[in-house]
Design a protein around this ligand. Structure first.
Ligand SMILES: [Ca+2]
Ligand SMILES: [Ca+2]
Length: 293
């Protein structure tokens, strides 16, 4: 009897020791797996693209199945990973939304990404309104977003001053998905930077930092007679027209409308004369010096 009792006790001890030997983490891991949120990884998160089409690879993580749709098209099922192509036949400037649902064993999660097709021949600028800061020189620091390209590239360049203490810089196409900060470029001064941390998203369009906001830039209406586009009608505009006619320095095609000061027959010497008369306060086209609609 004693011997039988002993063997039962030994058996119980063995069972207890087996449970004791099981690492607690084994249970913890099991729970984590069950609770893990289904997620989605995409080869290109929200971005602008300048190619005709864009391939996007979507990969499910911690998910049993998924569905996706492009714009308002039908939802389509997929598992593990899928590569989709967007942009074919889509006009420039259109935003294409890709929605993805990832379904796990216990939960599902929805994701959305925006892709904007941008004309590679367009121009993208960053503008900075210096009226509040009055920095003597303004630099912009532009960098690629590490989330988009695994390696961050950057450039720091002086911006060009234009009318009304506004500065601008034309953003190279490889930085259209990048971010920008602005800073005072005077050496010896303590660096001041706007914004203080993460830069503003460029997103392939022309924006301005103005009134403490990063917002769409709306170009001021051109002024008739302002051939060089600096916002004022001065003797420099007469010179610019003369140089254009002599083919010494051709005017930008988008400035020609403002250059046609007499309103007649394209750009001729009569336009330079009309601006000279305006400056001398002699009778001439009364629209010179006025914003064009
Ligand atoms: Ca001018
Ligand atoms: Ca003319």
């Amino acid at each position: 009897m004693n011997k039988k009792f002993l063997s039962i006790v030994l058996c119980l001890c063995l069972v207890a020791s087996v449970f004791a030997a099981l690492p607690l983490t084994a249970f913890a891991d099991l729970n984590d797996t069950q609770a893990a949120t289904p997620t989605v990884e995409v080869s290109h998160p929200s971005m602008v693209f300048t190619t005709d089409t864009l391939d996007i690879t979507i990969t499910l993580k911690n998910a049993e199945s998924g569905t996706y749709r492009i714009g308002n098209s039908k939802w389509k099922p997929f598992s593990d990973t899928i590569t989709i192509t967007i942009g074919s036949g889509v006009a420039f400037g259109v935003c294409i939304t890709v929605q993805v649902n990832a379904k796990g064993s216990e939960s599902a999660k929805a994701y959305g990404f925006d892709y904007i097709k941008v004309n590679p021949d367009s121009k993208v600028y960053v503008y900075y309104d210096n009226n509040n800061t009055n920095w003597q020189k303004v630099n912009c620091y532009i960098y690629t977003d590490p989330a988009i390209t695994s390696t961050t590239e950057w450039l720091e360049v002086p911006m060009t001053k234009t009318q009304g203490n506004i500065y601008y810089y034309e953003v190279p196409i490889e930085f259209w998905n990048g971010r920008v900060t602005f800073n005072n470029a005077l050496t010896g001064e303590q660096l001041q930077q706007i914004p203080e941390s993460k830069g503003y998203a460029i997103e392939g369009r022309t924006n301005i930092f103005q009134d403490n906001q990063w917002q769409y830039y709306k170009a001021p209406a051109p002024i008739l007679g302002d051939a060089d586009g600096d916002g004022n009608v001065t003797i420099s505009d007469v010179t610019a027209i003369q140089k254009h006619l002599a083919q010494i320095k051709l005017l930008d095609s988008n400035k020609l409308k403002a250059t046609n000061a007499d309103g007649q027959d394209g750009v001729t010497i009569a336009d330079a004369t009309a601006v000279q008369k305006y400056l001398a306060q002699l009778p001439t086209n009364e629209n010179i010096g006025q914003p064009m609609e």
